[in-house]
Design a protein around this ligand. Structure first.
Ligand SMILES: NC(=O)c1ccc[n+]([C@@H]2O[C@H](COP(=O)([O-])OP(=O)(O)OC[C@H]3O[C@@H](n4cnc5c(N)ncnc54)[C@H](O)[C@@H]3O)[C@@H](O)[C@H]2O)c1
Length: 323
């Protein structure tokens, strides 16, 4: 391992998952949190992750759990799966994870800081400015931001050459990708180090050599989802036919509305609100389109579904009905 001590700033949905996964893979992990209240919110998340990993490891040990489509690749390889070893790693992660309120103490001797705080530019800048003078020379800093570009923050870190993006997906233990994205001032050496680190925490590292809003996945997925929704809200066709056009036409397992039902309507609504404003994601598309996306109708459609409790597969109904 190149790095040893890893600090995760923020213990929310993703911060807690990244921290737990890195600890599961044997890194010395500290989660920096800003207040006692944040500890109160982060600790139950970590407790749940420990439970979740143990539950998944038990399932992975059953014949049904061996299905490659549901296998938790972040936890172990299918070949040579060793249940006892995985359970021991899960326990070690739980016992070794540290929560720290004192920023100076948290980043002391850190090899890597992974910033995974709420998506707020001003708050992130204030955090980097506060942390910069406390960091050891060697520390590499990354952001897990989904929609903000690392070049926005590089100058506040005091180490623009050692600053880049490392973007994870929710449910890190199954959706084990890590998009590694450089900004113009990133030294190639740290880009390579991050690829290695991502692999060491059992992620499939995906290099993004240039800054790009939406990285790889969301650059593909978000326009796809919203294009499907747009066809529907503009009365061009119905969800089932749009899904069939995609699945039968390409062999893909799910169409946009089947994906919406899985991710849930609240997340979908959030995506419509957030991503239409992300420069560089829709901008070039919108300029060239004869009929631009009808974002207002998309928002209204999803809001109505949320109000009606049609939240997706988990609630029993979204665009489709489930038993
Ligand atoms: N949720 C996802 O599916 C997902 C996926 C990939 C990346 N991300 C990115 O990860 C980051 C965190 O997202 P999340 O979903 O975990 O959010 P979240 O709301 O669950 O957690 C945010 C965390 O940041 C902390 N925080 C907020 N403001 C702070 C401040 N000023 N100082 C210190 N801590 C502060 C909160 O206490 C909390 O621990 C965002 O940049 C987001 O874009 C999220």
């Amino acid at each position: 391992m190149g790095y040893r001590k890893v600090v995760v700033a923020g213990g929310g949905v993703l911060g807690s998952q990244i921290a737990y996964q890195a600890a599961y893979c044997g890194f010395d992990v500290t989660v920096w949190l800003r207040s006692e209240a944040s500890i109160g919110r982060a600790q139950p998340k970590i407790d749940n992750l420990y439970e979740e990993y143990r539950k998944i490891i038990e399932i992975m040990d059953t014949p049904e759990g061996k299905n490659p489509a549901v296998w938790a690749r972040g936890i172990a390889d299918l070949d040579g799966f060793d249940k006892a070893k995985c359970l021991a790693q899960a326990e070690n992660a739980y016992k070794s994870l540290k929560l720290e309120l004192d920023m100076a103490k948290a980043v002391e001797d850190a090899d890597l800081v992974i910033e995974s705080m709420a998506e707020d530019t001003k708050e992130k800048i204030a955090f980097y400015q506060k942390m910069a003078p406390l960091l050891p020379e060697k520390t590499v800093v990354v952001t897990n931001s989904s929609t903000l570009l690392p070049s926005t923050f590089a100058k506040y870190t005091g180490r623009p050459d050692k600053y880049l993006s490392l973007h994870f997906a929710n449910h890190i233990w199954t959706n084990n990708t890590a998009e590694v994205m450089a900004q113009p001032l990133t030294d190639k050496r740290y880009f390579e180090e991050l690829i290695q680190f991502a692999n060491e925490i059992r992620m499939v590292a995906l290099p993004v050599n240039k800054e790009k809003n939406g990285y790889l996945l969301n650059s593909l997925l978000v326009p796809f989802l919203l294009s499907g929704l747009d066809l529907y809200v503009n009365g061009v066709s119905d969800p089932e036919s749009i899904d069939k056009a995609w699945t039968l036409g390409t062999g893909a397992p799910r169409g946009p509305f089947q994906i919406f039902d899985v991710v849930g309507m609240k997340t979908a609504y959030h995506i419509v609100l957030q991503y239409q404003k992300v420069p560089g994601l829709f901008g070039p598309l919108l300029k060239k389109m004869m009929m631009p996306y009808n974002f207002k109708a998309q928002e209204a459609c999803l809001k109505k579904m949320i109000d009606e409790g049609k939240l997706g597969k988990a609630s029993g109904e979204g665009f489709y009905k489930y038993n």
